[in-house]
Every structure is written in structure tokens, then in C-alpha cells.
Design a protein around this ligand. Sequence first.
Ligand code: B1M
Length: 212
Amino acid sequence: MPLLSDLTAAVAAGKRTDTVRLTQELLAAGTSPQDVVEKGLVPGMAIVGDRFKRNEIFVPEMLVAARAMKEALKLLEPLLAAAGIKPKYTAIIGTVQGDLHDIGKNLISMMWRGANFAVIDLGTNVTAEKYLAAAKEHKANIVGLSALLTTTMPSMKETVRILKSSGLDGLKVVIGGAPITQEFANDIGADGYAADAGSAVDLAKRLVGEAA
Ligand code: B1M
């Protein structure tokens, strides 16, 4: 029987076929779906996030690892749902109005899923009203806004204003994207800024009160 640490290593190395095979073998050998996620897959993506933060790997390697994890999660999602094991926290994510860049946003989405958040991805060109409606509908803990264009930063500011003045209890707004800085986040009253996917996971966990 393979070890959970073998699965962690396969995800971290972005080996999609091995990740899927090891997931299947661990499940067949009686490992619980929750352990496969929390003790096998999630630590693998944590390694990837740390390496990315240290510039030891770059976007292509992170995408490959994220895809490997996504394939394994496809096998696990129905089992987790059937067992009634639900992620504890919910995040909404999207790229702000006027902006069609989605690669970075997709990475954050996958990494948050990997950290066991339920993630509702609204796609690109998302209006403030749509974020707000989704946050209400799904009782979100976090709303994540991505922007890649300097011209869509005002749209991000307006979205943060609307979300933060909505009175939604405890809702945290996280922002990121190439032109975004911590200073901008402070200026517009966002609860947090992350420069990359690894930091976005740490930030989301910290904001919901889980140790990062
Ligand atoms: Co466009 N584009 N683009 N583009 N594009 C940029 C952003 C640009 C910097 C290129 C350049 O001029 N050097 C420039 C913006 C200039 C500016 O505003 N200062 C630009 C422009 C001008 C445009 C158009 C206006 C071009 C035109 O039509 N004349 C147009 C705009 C369309 C629109 O959005 N309305 C446009 C279009 C496109 C494509 C469609 C061709 C394509 C997007 C494809 C897609 O996303 N599906 C594209 C691409 C690919 C780029 C570049 C080359 C790459 C972006 C990318 O995916 N990076 C980009 C140049 C560049 O960034 N070097 C560029 C990889 C990705 C993993 O990184 O998205 O930064 P990134 O995400 C990172 C972090 O930022 C962070 O974590 C991620 C992982 O580390 N992060 C978050 C992101 N979101 C986060 C959210 C968080 C936390 C962290 O919390 C919620």
C-alpha cells in the first residue's frame, strides 16, 4: 500500500498520473477520503506554494501541480460529499469588472480548494453586485478579487467599498493581481492582499482564524 507521503510527493512534483493512481490505491486500501485530501494532497500543494514563494519553481510547475491535484479532487469530491464531509469555509472568487485575465485567479481558486475551502468561482468581468449576491447566497467567509490591469483597479476599489459596506457579518475581502500592492489594499480598505497563490492560502487561513 502506498503512503500518504508518496501522494504528497507526487502532487508536489506535478505528476498527474501518479497522483491519480496513488489516490485510487490509497482509497482502495481503506484510507479515508478526508485523510487523502488533508494528509496527502493538501501538504503537496503547500510544498508547491512554498517553493513558488521562494522562487524555486515558477507558474508552469505550479499549474502542472494544480492540475494533478484537480484530477485527484475529481475522484474525491463525490466521496467527500457522500460522507457529509464539507469544507468548513466558503470563498467566492472572481476577476473584477472590465478584466478578462483569469490564469492567476484560477490558480488561487485551485489552491484555496486544495486548502479545503469551498470555492465558488464567478469567472471574469465580475460586477460588484454579482460578488455581493454570491457572498450573500453562499454565506461566504471570504471574497477574493483579482485584477491584472491598472485600468480595472478602480473597479476593484468600488467592489471592496460595496462589499465592506454591505453589513455582511465577518466577511473578509482579499485582493491580488500583478498591479496590486499592500498599500493599495490598505488604501481601499481590503482585509488582505496576497502577492501569490501560496500567500493567498496563508492569508485566507489566517483571516478565518485557522493557523497558517
Ligand atoms: Co494582458 N495584460 N491584456 N492578456 N496580459 C497584461 C496584464 C499586461 C501587464 C501586459 C503588458 O502590457 N506587459 C498589460 C496590463 C498593463 C497594465 O494595466 N499596466 C495587459 C494588457 C494591456 C492587456 C490588454 C488591454 C491588451 C489589449 O487588448 N490591448 C487586454 C485586456 C483584456 C481585458 O482584460 N479586458 C489583455 C488581454 C490578455 C489576453 C486575453 C491575451 C491574455 C489573458 C488570458 C487569460 O487570462 N485567460 C493576457 C495575458 C496572458 C497577459 C500576461 C502576458 C500574463 C498574465 C498572466 O496570466 N500571468 C500579462 C503580462 C504579465 O503579467 N507579465 C498581461 C500569469 C499569472 C499566474 O499571474 O495573473 O499575475 P497573475 O497572478 C498571480 C499574482 O498576480 C497573484 O497570484 C497569481 C499567482 O502567483 N494573484 C492573486 C492574482 N490574482 C490574485 C488574487 C488574490 C491573490 C493573489 O486574491 C484574491
